[in-house]
Design a protein. Structure first.
Length: 634
């Protein structure tokens, strides 16, 4: 009996031992497959960092990841990009596990413009260093990262398996067939199909966008993919398709060739073309469909409803001039010269204002660097809008001009990188964006109050005001209204002819502004201007106003005076001549202060041709815009 008991006990323990071992194998590292943490000792990792190539001297940081959670442990190693190809190496790497996050951050060669980017970006790659000594960091590894980590943690699988699934999903989002290539092996100068896909997807996501807009679009797509592996933001897809249709892939190839970095540039143009073909619902242009006409059926597209015709293997916007016929080759394909030669038709974007902005010939762009980026303006792209140096330009009668306010989309002038607040005017329910600059909180747009639910006093003081001198309310909704000084101060118009000592103006004067806000004094305007001007400048030096001006609406003069709107204040160029009569549209913007003397108030004028403002006396009846400032500091 005792022998049987001993045998039974031994058998049970043996079963428990095998069960425990099986459980350990299953859950090692938090995965459902047998996987063990592998320490990395004295490792060297090399690779290339590409959007286009990151510039020499940029940092590449390797972060150790926890084997189970794939979270950063706090341990890191830093390397630098050593040449114009974006090459880097990091040596003497010591990690507790094989998983690492590599991040490249810096400026890069932008294949769209052919120049070094105007701002920096950061791209990520996650890698199992136990199986490789080379890791390339690129746009696809960046999109892969968040999705792969989510899959590995959610499904308790290995990073390797998670990356394979993520890579299939990302390629599928762009209509590319996945053939097993690892994203961290891809190179925009490689000669494989997956290398071509990397470059094509880079072009698709960056075309028509500034570096900042590109970074935001990339972040939004990564978030969209993270939990379900699907890019289902219909508006974002349509925007990328529109931009891809408008891009010149032949010029992009030339830009990259001019870098003199590599002999090979993969045949990426067909992938770009097929992407917008599919997004527009056109399908492939085959020999059987020659001459077929189909509309863009994507309701989110700028070309929605416009007809495309199938000619010699490519879709063209109906009526556009087509490229000469030739066979498609991998080096310089007809797809690159034909599909991308189509540009926005003259009917697809007309001015939304009823007044015609004064695009006079003396305002035309002459800067050769800008014109090189914009290309030719002709009848085929009349009213087309393109960006250069973050500023929008419009093609009019064979010349390029800065896009003026009347042709701008509503609210397009705000800085997308700024977190704005909001102010709701209880009198009429209108909501305004607000922005904190230094110790002040300002309205980030001009007042557009017409006297709704006004007190008897305010109604009387505004009774004879012409708030929108142009008569175009759609334009004035963008520009805001203009006010005489007495109306802005909410005092009787009769004070315009009285001696200054009798005018009832408070130190903090609400005037026409909403409750809790007031019309700024000249001193408050000066506080704003001093804050945005470098501290090393003297009080006599010009104030630096480019950071206060909206990117568009201002005539482009030269780079030194070009707007940046980094503060988000978004000054629009309207007029300084009695309120939007068009004589100096694009050249000037005028604002009111409460400060006054001798039948004149202190006006603040911004100009396109200098990085400074004029602060001087304007007669009380000369109209200008109102920006309100909050009563107390934020």
């Amino acid at each position: 009996m005792r022998l049987w008991t001993l045998f039974a006990t031994f058998f049970i323990n043996l079963v428990l031992l095998f069960t425990a071992c099986s459980s350990d194998d299953k859950n090692a590292g938090g995965t459902s497959e047998a996987e063990n943490s592998i320490a990395i000792t004295d490792k060297e990792i090399a690779g290339v960092t590409q959007k286009g190539p990151f510039t020499k001297g940029s940092n590449v940081t390797l972060y150790e990841l926890n084997f189970r959670t794939r979270a950063q442990t706090g341990k890191s190693f830093i390397g630098k990009i050593s040449d114009s190809t974006g090459s880097f190496s990091i040596n003497k790497i010591e990690l507790a596990s094989q998983y690492a996050l590599l991040q490249a951050e810096g400026y890069y060669l932008n294949e769209i413009t052919g120049k070094v980017s105007a701002s920096q970006i950061a791209l990520n790659a996650i890698s199992d260093l136990s199986e490789r000594d080379n890791v390339n960091i690129n746009l696809l590894t960046h999109l892969e990262y968040e999705r792969a980590v989510w899959l590995a943690n959610e499904n308790e699988t290995t990073i390797k398996n998670a990356k394979v699934e993520a890579d299939k999903e990302i390629f599928s989002a762009f209509g590319v067939e996945y053939d097993g290539d690892r994203f961290e092996d891809l190179d925009i100068f490689g000669n494989g199909d997956a290398d071509a896909a990397l470059l094509a997807i880079s072009v698709i996501m960056h075309s028509g966008r500034t570096e900042g807009e590109f970074s935001l679009a990339l972040a939004n797509m990564a978030m969209d993919l993270e939990k379900d592996g699907k890019w289902d933001d219909a508006k974002a897809i349509a925007e990328a398709a529109d931009n891809s249709f408008e891009t010149d892939t032949a010029q992009i190839r030339k830009n990259m060739e001019d870098w003199n970095i590599a002999k090979t540039i993969p045949d990426f143009a067909p992938i770009v073309e097929y992407f917008w073909n599919d997004a527009f619902g056109l399908g492939r242009c085959t020999a059987k469909r020659e001459g077929e006409i189909r509309p863009d059926n994507n309701s989110h597209s700028r070309y929605y409803g416009e007809d495309f015709v199938c000619k010699k293997g490519h879709w063209y916007l109906l009526g556009e001039k087509q490229a000469s016929s030739s066979s498609h080759t991998g080096e310089s394909s007809i797809a690159e010269s034909s599909s991308s030669s189509a540009r926005r038709s003259s009917s697809s974007r007309q001015s939304t204002a009823t007044i015609d902005p004064p695009y006079t010939e003396n305002m035309a762009i002459v800067d050769p660097e800008v014109l090189a980026l914009l290309g030719t303006c002709n009848g085929d792209n009349e009213n087309a809008i393109k960006k250069a140096f973050n500023i929008s330009f419009i093609c009019k009668s064979g010349l390029w001009y800065t896009l003026l306010l009347a042709d701008m989309e509503q609210d397009s002038w705000f800085n997308p990188d700024i977190t704005y607040g909001t102010l709701t005017d209880e009198r009429d329910g209108q909501t305004y964006k607000t922005v904190v600059i230094g110790t002040q909180k300002w309205m980030a747009e001009n007042l557009h109050y017409a006297g709704e639910n006004a007190s008897e006093e305010l109604a009387a003081n505004m009774a004879n005001e012409v708030l929108c001198p142009s008569g175009d309310e759609e334009y004035c909704e963008k520009a805001g209204y203009v006010y005489s000084w007495t109306a802005a101060m909410n005092i009787s118009p009769t004070y315009a002819t009285r001696h200054s000592s009798t005018i009832p103006i408070d130190a903090v004067h609400q005037g026409i502004c909403p409750e809790g806000w007031h019309v700024p004094t000249q001193e408050e305007w000066n506080t704003l201007l001093i804050f945005v001007t470098p501290s090393y400048q003297t009080i006599l030096d010009p104030k630096q106003t480019h950071s206060l001006k909206a990117l568009d609406s201002w005539i482009y003069n030269e780079k030194d005076y070009a707007p940046t709107n980094t503060t988000g204040f978004s000054v629009l160029s309207t007029s300084c001549q009695y309120g939007y009569n068009g004589e100096d549209m694009g050249q000037c913007a005028a604002f009111i202060s409460t400060t006054y003397s001798d039948e004149r108030y202190s006006g603040i004028n911004f100009y396109y041709w200098k990085d400074d403002v004029d602060i001087g006396g304007r007669k009380f009846d000369i109209k200008a815009s109102v920006r309100c400032v909050e009563n107390t500091a934020p």
